[in-house]
Design a protein around this ligand. Structure first.
Ligand code: NAD
Ligand code: TYD
Length: 370
């Protein structure tokens, strides 16, 4: 039986991970630590809390003493660190918050693990897994080989730089203090419970509300899309089978330009409205309800400063050594994601209010807000 601390478990990937782990390992103890920033939503894991499948604690990974106490009192021997500020655009607006959480927060969490686990760490098989991003590797030229685990770090945004710094800290705590760590660097995730500031949920919600779909620059930036359920399976393989000290790249092997992915989402929403006339009554402002294709909402807007042109991840190592393959084809994964947002209107209406409205108005001035 494992006893896990999942930090950031009320966020997008953390919540999906909690659902996955509770279903796959019902005998394990899970404690979620989450500060519930604008991006954290208790509703995403509420059924698990109500069913007694996990304990939720509101708190900051940067509070070393509090985290060390929690680790000790719950005898937690595995940490999966999802907690982070995660949005590139916000990192351009307020880099300091990214350094506080992603760098100093990770350092405090590493220290809390050392304090709580002490000399017992190895005997107990303790493990600190750090969830990171492919963005630490910087931008790839067209045709350049995909990122491997030995690609040099070259982060370009404050977000990517803060994640790169955290990765270096995790490595250093292993080297200097003997902490048992693993790191994973994953490509762009999509799926249920994703906060609507990110490209795909933003586009789905904007189609339903009849708002423009803001495509930065020419929209030909390439990302390697991975369904979040595949990411969770990869993390499970790493947690259960990886030796300490390893780093793992996780990608979907699905490189697509933003414009193509958004176009597919548009077509999927149009198709859903054509097949299900009740949707037009539920979303009267949506493009298809008004007799227009969702693609008609696409608008090219000012590019993101320093926008990385292309990411692509070589998942060869995790495929070879742990048997991981992304199982969700992009078209099917996008279809399921569109369906999830159609079926979970209460979830996104709640998260797309308050702080999100103000941010949206700042980020997309001149367009109609939520
Ligand atoms: P998210 O923004 O949806 O969730 C982050 C969660 O962390 C939220 O619940 C938030 O409340 C919590 N949090 C923030 N600061 C905290 C703090 N100081 N203490 C405790 N909790 C705090 O992010 P996500 O998309 O789920 O990403 C999770 C992790 O995966 C991040 O580390 C991110 O860098 C990494 N990642 C994300 C992607 C992606 O495509 N979303 C891809 C690769 C890696
Ligand atoms: P995002 O979801 O923010 O993830 P990341 O920046 O971590 O890759 O953005 C994905 C891609 O979509 C990225 O190239 C930026 C682009 N994008 C837009 O074109 N318009 C938008 O409104 C957003 C949020 C992103």
């Amino acid at each position: 039986m494992r006893r896990l601390l999942v930090t950031g478990g009320a966020g997008f990937i953390g919540a999906n991970f909690c659902h996955h782990w509770c279903a796959a390992h019902p005998e394990d103890r899970i404690v979620v630590l989450d500060a519930l920033t604008y991006a954290g939503n208790l509703a995403s894991i509420a059924p698990l809390i109500e069913a007694g499948k996990l304990r939720f604690v509101r708190g900051d990974i940067g509070e070393r003493a509090q985290v060390a106490t929690l680790l000790a009192e719950e005898s937690l021997g595995t940490i999966v660190n999802f907690a982070a500020e995660s949005h590139v655009d916000r990192s351009l607006e307020d880099p300091a918050q990214f350094l506080r959480t992603n760098v100093l927060g990770t350092q405090a969490l590493l220290d809390a693990a050392r304090t709580a686990w002490g000399a017992e760490a190895h005997r107990r098989g303790c493990r600190f897994h750090h969830v990171s991003t492919d963005e630490v590797y910087g931008s790839l030229a067209p045709g350049a080989a995909a990122f491997t685990e030995s690609t040099p770090y070259a982060p370009n945004s404050p977000y990517a730089a803060s994640k790169a710094a955290a990765d270096h800290l995790v490595r250093a705590w292993a080297h200097s203090f003997g902490l048992s760590v693993t790191i994973s660097n994953c490509s762009n995730n999509y799926g249920p419970f994703q906060f609507p500031e990110k490209l795909l949920p933003l586009c789905i919600l904007n189609i339903l509300e009849g708002r423009p779909l803001p495509i930065y620059g020419d929209g030909l930036q390439v990302r390697d899309w991975l369904h979040v359920s595949d990411h969770c399976r990869a993390l499970e393989l790493i947690l259960t089978r990886s030796a300490p000290g390893e780093t793992w790249n996780i990608g979907g092997s699905t490189q697509e330009p933003n414009l193509a992915v958004v176009g597919t989402v548009c077509d999927l929403v149009d198709h859903a409205f054509a097949a299900e006339p009740a949707l037009a009554a539920r979303f009267p402002r949506s493009a298809p309800a008004q007799g227009r294709s969702a693609r008609s909402l696409i608008e090219h807007v000012r590019d993101r400063p320093g926008h990385d042109r292309r990411y692509a991840v070589d998942s060869g190592k995790i495929a070879r050594l742990l048997g991981f393959r992304a199982a969700t084809p992009l078209q099917a994964g996008l279809g399921a994601t569109v369906r999830w947002y159609l079926d979970n209107e209460a979830w996104w209406r709640a998260v797309a209010s308050g702080e999100y409205r103000q941010w949206y108005a700042r980020q997309y001035p001149g367009t109609r807000g939520t």
